[in-house]
Ligand binder design. Sequence first.
Ligand SMILES: Cc1cc2nc3c(=O)[nH]c(=O)nc-3n(C[C@H](O)[C@H](O)[C@H](O)COP(=O)(O)OP(=O)(O)OC[C@H]3O[C@@H](n4cnc5c(N)ncnc54)[C@H](O)[C@@H]3O)c2cc1C
Length: 265
Amino acid sequence: MARELHTARLERKTCISESAQCFHFEFVVEDLESFPYASGQFVSAVANDPRGKQQTRAYSIASAANVNRVPEGFFSNHLADLTDIPPGGTIQVHGPHGHFVLRQPITDSILIATGTGVAPMRGFTQWLFPENGPDAGLDRSEGKDIWLVYGTRHESELYYRDEFEALAARKPNFHFLATLSRADDSWKGLRGYVQDHVARIVEERAARLGQPLPAPPPDPSLLPAELNFDIYAYICGLNNMVAGVREKLTSYGWHRKQIVFERYD
Ligand SMILES: Cc1cc2nc3c(=O)[nH]c(=O)nc-3n(C[C@H](O)[C@H](O)[C@H](O)COP(=O)(O)OP(=O)(O)OC[C@H]3O[C@@H](n4cnc5c(N)ncnc54)[C@H](O)[C@@H]3O)c2cc1C
């Protein structure tokens, strides 16, 4: 079935990491009065490559999208080369799409991202703790603990770091853990892969609540819709990382429905 295409005009493009060639884009969908989406969803962007072949790639909505230039990749470079000088370059998009959205009601949640996988997490935190617009000052977290475990190689690739640090300073139930896999000596923060820090969170929380690990499996007579979990994990990034975190959580007895994920490759 043909998807309805909309024209999105680039309003602003900001380079948020020179070394990683990561750009943050703000688009206006020209032919729609509003573009309703749930935080965590993505749009599909469509353009012809230099050989005239139509290419489609997905990009998460971070309230604004953020995209890495991939060496030799067509679409990431096509976007990064769009000009935001008026009248502004346009792209064709369809969507929003996807099921990578926060489960309701809100529970304790571990958000786990590497690289540009942080985009939907920014959407989640902006929805949970809105700072701008008509909902500014609302707190939709219901006091649940929200951890953001964000891994990159270098400090310069921690996108939106200031925003997350400011949020953690403002909200005692929002915990920001940035971890670097190739930190230089000056880095005083966490090191290593995200799954190690996720493991620590799960173990400490279970100990605090007196819950056994591995967690006992849910009652098999329950229908999937009746399963009630008191914590979810949301994972976004490249497949290797997603697989590693899923494996770790499964080893703690987590149910597959508790682990919500989006793979970028
Ligand atoms: C649901 C979904 C949401 C996505 N959201 C984003 C987003 O918000 N920002 C974003 O930058 N990308 C995102 N992606 C990836 C995006 O769709 C493209 O794959 C990416 O921009 C590369 O496209 P390309 O045409 O330049 O290169 P291609 O020729 O298509 O890809 C080359 C290789 O680059 C690798 N790759 C893919 N994505 C990345 C990445 N982000 N960083 C490093 N390497 C990558 C893959 O292994 C791939 O094999 C998303 C993918 C999915 C499925």
